[in-house]
Design a binder for this molecule. Structure first.
Ligand SMILES: Cc1ncc(COP(=O)(O)O)c(C=O)c1O
Length: 345
């Protein structure tokens, strides 16, 4: 049951399946996917791969797992991964790069987490100098969570991929919220397959499925990935019940992400006018990041909680709100009213 009273903007992972999705799930044809016998999982993997111009897909329990499997596919212990300092793979995956792959990380400082080809080029280690770890992988995130939903255009991605190709480096995408970017740019998702070697797509964020992410890549990469998934304990049996939700979400929940982005933009516009808000990051997709003045994050969140509104602290004086499938127009109006009415002495 969806709770219409509580407005939960802590993340777009909090959504619950609606009637159509639940119907798709209960009607799914399933089998043991570890034995390669679940037709719905196979359909989801194939559909997602085609959507991004890739050869094959691998359904996994989480975006953390799809990212970590990709990193393990591309690296060896002692090699190095280039990513931005705001990257989810570095900040929020429990040190998994070191734990799972024994690799080190070279952190870049792109504005709002968006790195450039020049930055990448300057940070690739000389493979002939034995002092340095061998650079093994470049990883982008689109949209950038910690960057407040900032995104790359295809032209920016293409330029970075050219540098990677010149240095024979694979390029991975953490595409947890890539559809939020695609509905903004209007770009064709199939183009992504030309630039990335592996892509992680989360279905449990903006697309609203209860559990699941898909790793995309060449047949060979996915074959390796399937073995790593098993080792990590991510082989799932009748996972078709979840995969059916994924197929449903790809068919019904992509275009509507425009609404989430528009509602986030509206929240950003209103926040900008409020006396207790110090600054609002540009709102490019469905994430609103803002800092407070004259009130602590704790007090601000408590005041919202008293109105049945949940948000999350994101750093010492900043708040994050994320719009999603279960955040309606009516809830937006109620939120804006509360934000306008509260004041801090
Ligand atoms: C950008 C990004 N990548 C990856 C993940 C990991 O997804 P999961 O929570 O399914 O492990 C998240 C989760 O919030 C995310 O925001």
């Amino acid at each position: 049951m969806k709770n219409e009273k509580i407005i939960d903007l802590r993340s777009d992972t909090v959504t619950k399946p609606g009637f159509g999705m639940l119907q798709a799930m209960t009607g799914a044809e399933v089998g043991d996917d570890v034995l390669g016998e679940d037709p719905t999982v196979q359909a989801l993997e194939q559909k997602t791969a085609e959507l991004f111009g890739m050869e094959a897909g691998l359904f996994c329990p989480s975006g953390t797992m799809t990212n970590q499997i990709a990193i393990k596919i591309h690296t060896q212990p002692g090699t190095e991964v280039i990513c931005d300092q705001k990257a989810h793979i570095y900040n929020y995956e429990g040190g998994g790069i070191a734990f799972n792959s024994g690799a080190s990380v070279r952190l870049l400082q792109g504005p709002r987490g968006i790195i450039t080809p020049e930055m990448v080029e300057q940070n690739i280690n000389n493979p002939d100098d034995i002092h340095f770890p061998t650079t093994a992988l470049v990883a982008l995130e689109n949209t950038v969570n910690k960057g407040g939903g900032s995104y790359y255009t295809l032209a920016q991605i293409e330029a970075i991929s050219q540098v990677c190709r010149q240095h024979q480096l694979p390029l991975h995408l953490d595409g947890a919220r890539v559809f939020n970017a695609l509905v903004e740019t209007g770009e064709d998702s199939r183009e992504y397959g030309r630039y990335f070697d592996t892509i992680s797509i989360c279905l449990s964020k903006g697309l609203g499925i209860p559990v699941g992410s898909v790793l995309l890549g060449s047949k060979e990469h996915i074959k390796k990935g399937r073995r790593i998934r098993k080792v990590l304990g991510g082989g799932m049996r009748q996972a078709g019940y979840l995969a059916a939700a994924g197929v449903y979400a790809l068919e019904h929940h992509v275009e509507r992400l425009k609404e989430d982005n528009a509602r986030a933009r509206k929240i950003g516009e209103v926040l900008q006018q409020l006396p207790y808000v110090a600054a609002v990051e540009p709102v490019d997709t469905n994430i609103v990041l803002f800092s407070l003045k004259g009130v602590s994050t704790k007090e601000f969140l408590e005041r919202l909680a008293a109105e049945q509104i949940k948000a999350i602290a994101f750093g010492p004086d900043s708040i994050r709100m994320v719009t999603h499938l279960d955040f309606s127009e009516e809830m937006l109006q109620r939120l804006l009213k509360v934000l306008n009415e509260i004041s801090f002495a």
